[in-house]
Design a binder for this molecule. Structure first.
Ligand code: AMP
Length: 307
């Protein structure tokens, strides 16, 4: 597929009201890449890990359909580590620890076989590295989607704004949209963000769905009401991977198709939260995805006659 995914490949330690994990495989690019792989194979990964990252996992990435030619393995260095603890509502969390490790001197290299890709997913990563990846593509991709996180707003706001200017679609969650703009109203926040550069903005609202904005239109997609949410880690990245995966598969970047992309992204995210880490995402079947998308259609479809 004509899609490059860049972002973290990580070790995560997660605590939720349902349990706690030791170091498990995580990372924004891991979730986005695996999610996108359900829409086409040969997803071109750009990332970095340390010597401590299991080689069998890299092989597994290959089995999912991820091309790991752009995944650097740094001898004597440690993989990026993140640890988070969810509150009882599962919608909010505290970051307990972020160890950048191998990311500190990461210099992304875009292999020749990745050049000329039409779609670029900038999953969560240092904003100046996300910018470097755009600059290092020989030709600007047709669609650049960027995800980010409050951590970069707190530590590298200027670099973040500089990168946001260059992308077509920005995906962030509601609290990040408020933080980025100092606006409580999400509509006002969206108007401000759309003036910063992106043509489209997706605001993710966890269990309350997602909003897609451009300057003239807005679309709302619900999240599937789930009985149990086990671990929300990676839901945002999985959403973004499903969204861009669907667009890359259909090669249609119209607002109408983005609406469908959001439904696919939401369906993928709804699987992600059912188990810890990438466990549920890694075992999905196409029929399950189709069935879930149908559930979304049923959830929002109604007839109304205006008198
Ligand atoms: P999400 O739950 O969608 O926000 O994504 C969580 C994933 O993002 C985890 O697997 C982490 O390894 C990764 N992550 C956490 N903090 C950062 C960060 N500052 N930069 C890049 N990736 C991060």
């Amino acid at each position: 597929m004509s899609l490059v995914v860049v972002g973290t490949v990580a070790f995560d330690a997660i605590e939720t009201p349902f349990g706690k994990t030791d170091k498990i495989i995580g990372g924004a690019a891991t979730y986005s890449g695996i999610s996108a792989s359900y829409f086409g194979k040969d997803i071109k990964l750009v990332s970095v890990v340390g010597e401590d990252f299991p080689t069998d996992m890299i092989e597994k990435f290959g089995q999912f359909g991820l091309n790991t030619e752009g995944l650097q393995i740094k001898k004597g260095q440690k993989t990026f580590f993140w640890s988070g603890k969810y509150h009882v509502d599962m919608n909010t969390r505290d970051t307990l620890d972020t160890q950048l490790n191998v990311l500190l001197d990461f210099d992304p290299v875009i292999p020749a076989s990745y050049q000329d890709c039409e779609f670029l997913m900038l999953s969560n990563l240092m904003p100046q590295l996300q910018k470097k990846v755009i600059e290092r593509m020989n030709k600007r991709p047709r669609l650049v989607v960027m995800d980010t996180m409050n951590f970069w707003m707190e530590t590298q706001m200027d670099a973040l704004i500089d990168t946001i200017k260059l992308v077509d679609v920005l995906t962030i969650n509601d609290s990040e949209a408020r933080k980025l703009t100092n606006e409580y109203s999400l509509v006002r926040a969206a108007q401000k963000i759309l003036k910063m550069g992106p043509k489209y903005l997706i605001i993710k609202k966890g269990e309350h769905g997602a909003l897609l904005f451009n300057k003239e239109q807005v679309f709302f997609a619900p999240a599937l009401p789930l009985e149990d949410v086990f671990d929300p880690t990676g839901a945002g990245d999985t959403f973004a991977g499903g969204f861009i995966g669907y667009l890359a598969q259909t090669r249609d970047i119209s607002f109408e198709n983005m609406k469908r992309g959001i439904i696919y992204g939401s369906a993928m995210a709804s699987f992600c939260v059912e188990k810890f880490g990438i466990e549920r995402l890694a075992e999905l079947k196409q029929e399950e995805i189709d069935e879930r998308v149908q559930q979304f259609v049923n959830l929002v479809q109604f007839d109304i006659e205006l008198v």
